[in-house]
Structures are given as C-alpha cells and as structure tokens.
Design a protein around this ligand. Structure first.
Ligand code: GDP
Ligand code: MN
Length: 392
C-alpha cells in the first residue's frame, strides 16, 4: 500500500519527525479560508501517488488567500504526468503547507535490501528534485548503511552517516534522532520504503521533512487497522477503487498493457492465463480475479469493468469450476451478457471442473465461444483480438 504525502506525514508526526504546519484540502474554498485565517506564504502540494510532482507542475506557491484559491482551482482536477507516469494521475486533493525558506535539501530513505536481508539506509546531501541524477552520475555521493535488525538502530549510525555524507553542520544535531524515528516507523508499520526528499534545513536552522514517501507491506496492515482503513476510504489507485466499487477486494483488478481482457477465478489461475496468452503471442489488457462465485450481477459488473478499458479487443473468461459448478457459472455469464447494454467484444470462455460440459453447452447455445483448455482459449482470444484490431 502506497501512501499519499499527507498520510505519510501523519505517520511521521506519530513517530516524532518534524513536518511543516498545514492542512489537507479537497476544495479551493477550503484553501482560501485556511490561508485567509493564517496569513503568510504557503505551498500547495498536489496529493498524488506519483513522484516528481515538482517537475510535473504539481507544486505551487501562494502568498495570499486569493492566489491560494486560484492556484488550488488550477491544480484540483489537473492530470499530472511524468516520464515514469505517462498516463498521468488526476489531482483530487491538496496539502497546504507553510512555505519554508530552504537552506539545504538532503535525502534520506530506508528500504529493504533483499540480497543482504537488511534494511538499507541511504543518505545524500544532494537531495531535492534531481536526486535520480545524483544516483546515476555520482553514486559515490550517496552513503549507505545496512542496519542489523537484531541489534537495531543506535544514534552513532545517524552521526556516522551525517558525517560520511557531509551533511551541512545544521543537520548534525537533529539527524540521528530523525533517522532513529524513521527506522522505528519503518519497523513498526512494516514498511517497504520510507523516504524523505527533501529533508530540509531551513534558513532559521530547523530540520524538517518537507516530503514523505511511504510504502507499507500489505501483509502487515492488520497491525494498524486505522492505517489499513485509509485505503478503503480513498483507495490508493484507480484500479483498486474500481475493484472495491464492484464489491471485490482492492487487489482483484489490475490494468496491464495489451489487448485481451481477462477474467479468471483466483489469482493463480489469472497469472497462468496471462502466461498462456503471452505464449499464444498476445498480451493481456488487464486481469480481474472474480473470486469464488460467479453470480450474474458480479459477472456483469466485472465484464463492464474489464471491457471499459478501450484497449480491450477480445475477452477471455477462464473459470475453474470447483465449489461453483460450471453450469451455474455459464448461466451467470449468459444472464449477465445476453442482449443487455454491454460492450460487445469477441468473448472466449474456458470452463473446466465440476459440470463443465453442461456449462459449455449452455454457452454454445447462447452464441459464445466455449473452449476446453486454457491454451486453446488463449490462442482463440489472441486470434480474435488481432482480427478486430483497428476495427473498433
Ligand atoms: P516531489 O517533486 O513530488 O518530490 O515534491 P516535493 O515535495 O519534494 O517538492 C518538490 C520541490 O518543491 C522541493 O524539492 C523543493 O525544492 C520545492 N518545495 C517544496 N516545499 C517547499 C517549501 O516549503 N519552500 C520552498 N522554498 N520550496 C519548496
Ligand atoms: Mn520529493
């Protein structure tokens, strides 16, 4: 689970890491009234999951309420794009924060080093928007330390890193405490990544986390139900939101790059289906795990979601009938898709397991293409997708 900046900073504050004062806002009116009540200079920060907001035009500065409102109007609803994220991401909310006067921008992160099986700390004094370039051109400027989880963090690690990375003098006192708090957060919340870029040294000598990037391991979310709840209230990305909207779990739907829409029951079968499609020379456009049942209503909603992707040229439904019998699945599919207001794309259905033959008969009667094996289905779907390519 990836957190937005404002959520990451919520965790920072719990851990005792200093963050700028501010407020989270979803409308331009809220921004205006907040700035009006708190005169000064403010930063408006687009709340999206993609990085590189500064370069994408998602960070603006306002000196009064009117300007704040105007900039907020400009940002909310805007689609931010970057090289890493060419599809873009729509801005739905803002973080309004005290604009600090920056003396220096450092970078600090903790991630998991799988090879070394330890959390790795990375620090550089060349933080800010061009840190990727530092990593590429001057990797020696990034100092690393692998924390032994059995021993944990001690302040000497922070002092040594601050010294090795030649952080400006002003960071020296605060840095060991901030890194310690970041490590505690990393462990307590089961993070895959915590990153502060920039960790700002202000002109008046404060050290503040100006940005927050946090990724949590979903398997550890049960330890913090309040945080797990954040995702349900505002699913982190559109795929998750779409899956939750039709009553599935948030990881049940994912968009991919190809032309064949995939519905399968079970994530394992879904992965197998995608491999089969690739072996047949095609590429899945998306994948939806419909779960245990195949009631008509859920089939319809799933079909609509998957075919809602304009890249989809053919559909492949791959169901293993276990507890759910094949004839029921077939009836669900027919009932959901016959004559209704559904986008018509060539549909291949592979049914196997309990009552599969009965199920296939029902499908054939309704005019769908039933197949027996996954490979056969993948091959048919790729042929059909290629045949309709460009004709829509
Ligand atoms: P990112 O581009 O998505 O990583 O967004 P950041 O939160 O890191 O902001 C990008 C850049 O905006 C920072 O590197 C700063 O240079 C600038 N910035 C952000 N907040 C402030 C601020 O309070 N004062 C000043 N002067 N610059 C800021
Ligand atoms: Mn940043």
């Amino acid at each position: 689970m990836k957190l937005m900046e404002y959520q990451g900073k919520d965790l920072f504050r719990r851990a005792g890491i200093p963050t700028p004062d501010g407020v989270y806002a979803t409308t331009a009116e809220e921004v205006r009234s907040y700035v009006a009540a708190h005169p000064g200079s403010w930063v408006l920060k687009s709340q999206v999951l993609m990085g590189g907001r500064g370069k994408a035009g998602g960070i603006k500065f306002a000196d009064d309420a009117q300007q704040g409102e105007a900039l907020a109007r400009e940002l909310i609803g805007k689609v931010l794009r970057s090289v890493q994220n060419p599809d873009g991401e729509e801005v739905k909310s803002l973080l309004v924060e005290e604009k600090v006067r920056i003396a220096s921008e450092a970078y600090v992160s903790i991630a998991i080093d799988r090879a070394k099986k330890r959390p790795i700390v990375m620090v550089t004094r060349f933080g800010g928007m061009d840190v990727e370039e530092v990593a590429e051109k001057n990797p020696a400027d990034i100092k690393k330390y692998w924390i032994d989880p059995a021993i944990g963090y001690s302040a000497f690690i922070g002092r040594q890193l601050a010294f090795d990375a030649q952080l400006p003098e002003g960071y020296r006192k605060a840095f060991p405490q901030i890194l310690g708090a970041l490590y505690t957060l990393f462990m307590d919340y089961g993070a895959n990544l915590v990153e502060i870029n920039p960790l700002v040294l202000t002109e008046d000598g404060r050290v503040i986390a100006s940005d927050a990037k946090v990724e949590l391991d979903d398997n550890g979310l049960y330890k913090h139900p309040d945080v797990a709840q954040w995702n349900k209230q505002s699913p982190a990305d559109e795929d998750q939101a779409a899956a939750v909207a039709i009553g599935l779990g948030m990881s049940n739907y994912a968009k991919l790059g190809g032309t064949i829409g995939v519905i399968a029951n079970g994530a394992g079968l879904g992965m197998g289906t995608m491999d089969a499609i690739r072996n047949a020379g095609g590429e899945a456009a998306n994948f939806l795990d419909i779960g245990g049942g195949a009631q008509a209503e859920l089939v319809k909603k799933s079909y609509d979601l998957v075919t809602g992707d304009p890249k989809v040229r053919a559909m492949f439904i791959n169901i293993f009938g276990g507890i759910t019998r094949g004839d029921q699945v077939a009836k669900g599919i027919v009932e959901a898709l016959k004559g209704g207001d559904v986008r018509e794309v060539p549909l291949v259905v592979r049914l196997t397991g309990t009552n599969a033959e009965e199920g296939r008969a029902i499908l054939a009667e309704a005019g769908f293409v039933p197949v027996e094996t996954m490979d056969e289905g993948a091959k048919r779907a790729v042929e059909l997708a290629n045949a309709t390519n460009g004709k829509q």
